[in-house]
Design a protein around this ligand. Structure first.
Ligand SMILES: Cc1cc2nc3c(=O)[nH]c(=O)nc-3n(C[C@H](O)[C@H](O)[C@H](O)COP(=O)(O)OP(=O)(O)OC[C@H]3O[C@@H](n4cnc5c(N)ncnc54)[C@H](O)[C@@H]3O)c2cc1C
Length: 293
């Protein structure tokens, strides 16, 4: 393990000042960072532990204003909250898949997003839930939609001195449902070969799709929103044929690579299968069905 200074700032201003230094890195749950430092995949001279700042540990849900999810809130707190589980089922599907129980005790959604892995499980779910990043930095505070946050494998839109403070998820409208699922080659902790999140809002009579969103993981350099799916499904019945045609649009948008986890052709095929299943799950939930996996 390389040597680094460990600092626990007492205020957001102090955290920002520390992060302006060369090779300073935020520590949240540490489940990515510590592994990367040990393996020499990242360098750090200063590690800034933000977990003791109230702004990043807040978890507030209000049916009128939505969810404020502090960047350093561990996954178990999200999945353990019944109101959040009911309201943001796609996000809860995703956090329940991150590692196992021990990892979920430390790992955060903010860390998953900032790590910017193309296969990060929570990122497609955040995108379909229309999450927005709240960012603090030397120039003040700014907001950025999650779909614009990842800029390449392991890279994100944060400038020097900036940190992710929280994610804000708007309250879903009536008739809303969402789901996330992934393919892994074995029934153990693993990284997604492909992941797919979908969100659907049905109209008042629950007969037509008012709006839909799909985002894919591990099929492009960054988690991939597929807005063409929403354009196709708007105003259509949530029939098996329409969902299958929408999944075909998602499949066509995938541009994966071949690596040790899977081939490009297999990933492209999986993108279609998982997009269809995620859409079916979202429609079931939007229709008032039970939360499923
Ligand atoms: C055994 C194991 C299993 C895993 N399984 C999965 C899995 O199934 N799915 C999955 O997606 N991931 C998985 N992971 C990866 C990891 O657990 C997740 O990505 C986790 O969500 C990272 O959160 P963290 O709080 O631990 O991040 P950290 O390790 O603390 O940080 C990750 C990166 O983001 C930066 N960062 C963190 N917070 C902020 C912030 N607020 N502002 C700016 N930068 C920040 C850090 O500097 C670092 O570069 C697994 C890891 C392990 C060790």
């Amino acid at each position: 393990m390389q040597d680094f200074a460990y600092v626990r700032p007492r205020s957001m201003a102090e955290a920002v000042a520390l992060l302006e230094q060369e090779d300073a890195r935020v520590l949240s749950g540490g489940t990515d960072l510590l592994v990367q430092l040990r393996e020499g995949r990242r360098r750090a001279q200063v590690v800034v532990d933000i977990k003791f700042l109230p702004e990043v540990t807040a978890l507030r849900f209000d049916p009128a204003s939505g969810l404020e999810l502090g960047a350093a809130v561990p996954c178990w707190r999200i999945a353990g909250d019944p109101a959040i589980s009911r309201t943001y089922p796609g996000l809860v599907d995703a956090v329940a898949l991150v590692g196992g129980v021990q990892i979920q005790g430390r790992a955060t959604v903010g860390g998953n997003l900032c790590n910017a892995s193309p296969a990060g499980d929570t990122i497609p779910a955040l995108i379909v839930h229309r999450a927005v990043c709240i960012i603090a930095g030397p120039g003040g505070w700014r907001e950025l939609p999650v779909e614009d946050f990842c800029t390449g494998p392991g890279r994100n839109a944060l400038a020097r001195g900036e940190l992710l403070v929280a994610l804000r998820l708007p309250p879903p409208p009536a008739g809303f449902g969402a789901g996330y699922l992934r393919f892994i080659p074995r029934n153990e902790m693993d990284i997604a070969v492909v992941g797919a999140a979908a969100a659907v809002t049905l109209d008042e009579r629950r007969e037509c799709i008012a709006s839909a969103r799909v985002a894919l993981g591990a099929v492009a350099p960054t988690p991939l929103p597929v807005p063409e799916v929403g354009t196709f499904l708007a105003g259509k019945a949530p029939s098996a044929e329409n969902l299958a045609a929408a999944a075909e649009i998602a499949r066509a948008a995938a541009r994966p690579i071949t690596d040790m986890r899977g081939g490009a052709a297999q990933r492209t095929h999986l993108a279609g299968v998982l997009a269809r299943r995620a859409l079916e799950s979202a429609v079931r939930r939007a229709s008032g069905g039970e939360r499923d996996g």
